[in-house]
Write a protein that binds this ligand. Structure first.
Ligand code: NAP
Length: 360
């Protein structure tokens, strides 16, 4: 692969180590479970680690040795006891998240030992999956020394960015596209794809280091909302003719401040609202919704896997951009199952850039 992954925190030797397909199976399954519901930002004591016997492989299931966990903001939502698009994780249950792993035993049609699969599973060394596992797909990965990329730019983060920009935002060359959490997993890919599509890109981010990273990634303008001055004035300076598409990863005050800066017929792509996830009971009140009418704008949420018609095209184009060195993957890698809670805590503290993953 010609594209170079920009790795922020990693064990590079382990990354190059080929994953050991067909490894000797262990008899226990180490897991990270939910010890209690977090209040605000999660802390270590919200999680515990245990060992259980390896789960049996019944007809219609397969045993998967997990290799990479995607540490996603959505996981924080699964830990609260409130209605959402999936039921909450119960106390004592394995923490739920997307995992990429290799099949070690299969009694499920179309899957064989050695296959690499991606699905919503959990923070455990082995998972038993059936055909109904959310997002289950076999991944055709030629270079297995870089599996983690298939959880970030070449995986769900890249697909999310692509679906949001094209299926929901309908971006066109020449338009101005603003993206929040622009140095984050989805945001950095969205910014790079919008640039490659011929859009003018504005990255909105929360520190001087992240702002420098966004400039380095090729955003045309970068707004650091922590720098002196009002966000409103910074947006006016960055987008004097208005924002055609706002790719929203955060919600809250940034969304509210952006609405008056939309161009006529602007589109707000609601990818996520991470600013609310640690305090879902006290969400920032949005005061500027009237601007949707003033600007004849639309605002639409989405879930990536609701748009399967875009996924093949997205995978092909993103892989080609990365292979050509035109789209730089950005990763933040931790090693070992035990590092998963800290990786989530860092993500939810706004301390990460790029895709946060845990490699086993
Ligand atoms: N719709 C879908 O199918 C889908 C799929 C995947 C992800 N998502 C959503 O996409 C968004 C981005 O996810 P990601 O995985 O790419 O995360 P991320 O952007 O890598 O990481 C989080 C970033 O969000 C920003 N942020 C703003 N307010 C925050 C707060 N109160 N607490 C913590 N972080 C805050 C921070 O960046 P700054 O400091 O730069 O503001 C932080 O670094 C999330 O809302 C997620 O739920 C949606």
């Amino acid at each position: 692969m010609a594209g170079t992954a920009l790795i922020i925190r990693s064990d590079r030797a382990a990354l190059r180590r080929p994953h050991n397909i067909g490894s000797i199976m262990e008899s226990v399954n180490r897991r990270i479970t939910l010890a209690r519901r977090p209040s605000g930002l999660p802390v270590d004591a919200d999680f515990s680690q245990d060992e259980t016997p390896l789960p049996p492989v019944a007809d219609g299931t397969m045993l998967v040795r997990n290799r990479v966990f995607a540490i996603d903001a959505a996981i924080r939502g699964f830990l609260d006891d409130r209605p959402s698009y999936l039921p909450p994780v119960a106390i004592g249950e394995v923490v739920r998240g997307m995992a990429l792993g290799e099949v070690v035993e299969s009694r499920l049609d179309c899957f064989a030992p050695g296959d690499i699969v991606r699905a919503l599973a959990g923070w455990e060394e082995h998972s038993v999956l059936n055909a109904d596992a959310l997002g289950l797909e076999k991944c055709d990965i030629a270079d297995r020394s870089q599996l983690s990329l298939h959880m970030g730019t070449l995986g769900p983060s890249g697909l999310t960015a692509y679906v949001g920009l094209f299926a929901i935002g309908a971006i066109k060359p020449g338009e101005t596209v603003a993206i929040s959490a622009a140095a984050g997993a989805v945001g950095n890919v969205a910014g790079q794809i919008a640039r490659l599509t011929g859009c003018r890109t504005i990255g909105i981010t929360g520190s001087p280091d992240k702002a420098a990273l966004c400039s380095d990634l090729g955003f045309d303008a970068v707004v650091d909302y922590t720098a002196p001055g009002s966000l409103d004035e910074k947006l006016a300076a960055a987008a004097p003719e208005g924002i055609d598409v706002y790719f929203d990863n955060v919600g809250g005050e940034i969304l509210d401040t952006i609405l008056p800066h939309l161009a006529q017929h602007g589109r707000v792509v609601v990818c996520g609202m991470i600013a609310n996830y640690n305090n879902a009971d006290e969400q920032y009140p949005i005061r500027n919704l009237w601007q949707l009418l003033v600007k004849r704008a639309t605002m639409r949420g989405f879930l990536t896997y609701d748009h399967p018609e875009f996924l093949g095209e997205a995978q092909t184009r993103i892989s080609a951009w990365v292979a050509a060195g035109e789209l730089r993957p950005l990763e933040n890698i931790s090693q070992g199952l035990q590092s998963a809670p800290d990786a989530l805590i860092r993500l939810m503290s706004g301390k990460t850039t790029g895709k946060t993953v845990v490699c086993l």
